[in-house]
Design a protein around this ligand. Structure first.
Ligand SMILES: NC(=O)c1ccc[n+]([C@@H]2O[C@H](COP(=O)([O-])OP(=O)(O)OC[C@H]3O[C@@H](n4cnc5c(N)ncnc54)[C@H](O)[C@@H]3O)[C@@H](O)[C@H]2O)c1
Length: 298
């Protein structure tokens, strides 16, 4: 079988620069679409602003490189689109711009994908949809574990943009009977960032906003890989986190100590991440490779 052709947006960013090489190693052909270049051998970057629907449409209907011209015909649509491009949190751009860029670019990418006949799209949603990450003040989660059927309720423009993007994905998946999977990505940790963990462990409340969970950027690439290989699920939401809590106390005991008023809705695995990846493991077959305990002493 020829290698699947994947358009990956936002591949030049923090998550993408690890996820793209991971996917390349799995044998996919990849075109990166971003405002900035990516220095990965074998991956061309098309510089495009995805808030412009013409540029989004063209980004999904172009050759991946000069070798495409040897085939003597215009390119077919890609086999899948992975949409990570975004303003990745509050306080980088004004709130209205964060909302506008994230919502419009996601609409443009999904619409172009569907109208070009692409059958699989994976989009980056966020832990912030669970409402605590960028809340004003000390907001409690409604219950633990945080799972995909939670009544998401962010109060900030970034988290809200991600909730809207999930709705956009659901609408297009329904209309086109396509697979669109939204990844509620936890706090992304790059390989060099494990030196931050001792401070996380020393000050547990500092990680409440991330629900004491994280995703290794390379394992995030593996979750995307699992999404690309699983078909027929329609619209889906998957938490994209690693398996275990970022604490040295088992999860149930930890939550009882630090969130005594928050109900626990099912038995928890001994070290299960409160932002649970159970569905991602059970439905997609995801297996983590980079548990934090491999890199952090104590
Ligand atoms: N970093 C995290 O902890 C985290 C957590 C949850 C979700 N996410 C989501 O994961 C995705 C990747 O996050 P990241 O941390 O790699 O962010 P990043 O800012 O490092 O990378 C995003 C990339 O998108 C590109 N981009 C922004 N606007 C664009 C536009 N209009 N057109 C084309 N490209 C554009 C940027 O140039 C950048 O390279 C984002 O959707 C983000 O919201 C990130």
């Amino acid at each position: 079988m020829p290698a699947k052709r994947i358009v990956f947006t936002g591949g030049s960013g923090k998550a993408g620069r690890h996820a793209v090489p991971h996917l390349l190693a799995k044998g996919y052909k990849i075109l990166n679409v971003d405002l900035k270049p990516l220095d990965v051998k074998g991956v061309n970057t098309l510089v495009a602003d995805l808030t412009d629907n013409g540029q989004a449409f063209n980004s999904l209907s172009t050759h991946f490189g000069f070798e495409g011209y040897d085939e003597g015909k215009p390119p077919s649509p890609p086999d899948a689109v992975v949409h990570f491009a975004a303003i990745p949190r509050v306080l980088i751009e004004p709130d209205n711009k964060t909302y506008q860029v994230n919502v419009i670019s996601t609409y443009n990418v999904i619409e172009a994908a569907m109208k070009l006949g692409v059958r699989k799209v994976v989009i980056a949603s966020s832990e912030t949809t669970y409402g605590v990450c960028f809340a004003e003040g000390d907001k409690d989660f409604k219950s633990f574990p945080l799972e995909e059927d939670y009544d998401v309720d962010p109060m900030d423009s970034y988290g809200l943009s991600k909730v809207v993007n999930e709705k956009t994905a659901r609408a297009f998946a329904m209309r086109y009977r396509a697979d669109i999977y939204a990844l509620r990505i936890g706090n992304v940790i790059e390989p060099h960032e494990y030196d931050r963990f001792p401070a996380f462990l020393a000050d547990p409340l500092s990680r409440k906003r991330n629900a004491w969970s994280y995703i290794d950027a390379r394992d995030l690439g593996e979750i995307v890989h699992c999404c690309l290989e699983k078909d027929g699920l329609g619209f889906q939401v998957f938490n994209a986190t690693n398996d275990t809590i970022t604490a040295n106390i088992p999860t149930a005991e930890f939550l009882k100590r630090y969130c005594p008023d928050t109900p626990i809705t099912r038995p928890l695995g001994e070290w299960e991440a409160p932002l649970s990846n159970r569905k991602t493991r059970e439905t997609l077959g995801f297996k983590e490779e980079h548990n934090w305990r491999k890199y952090v002493k104590g």
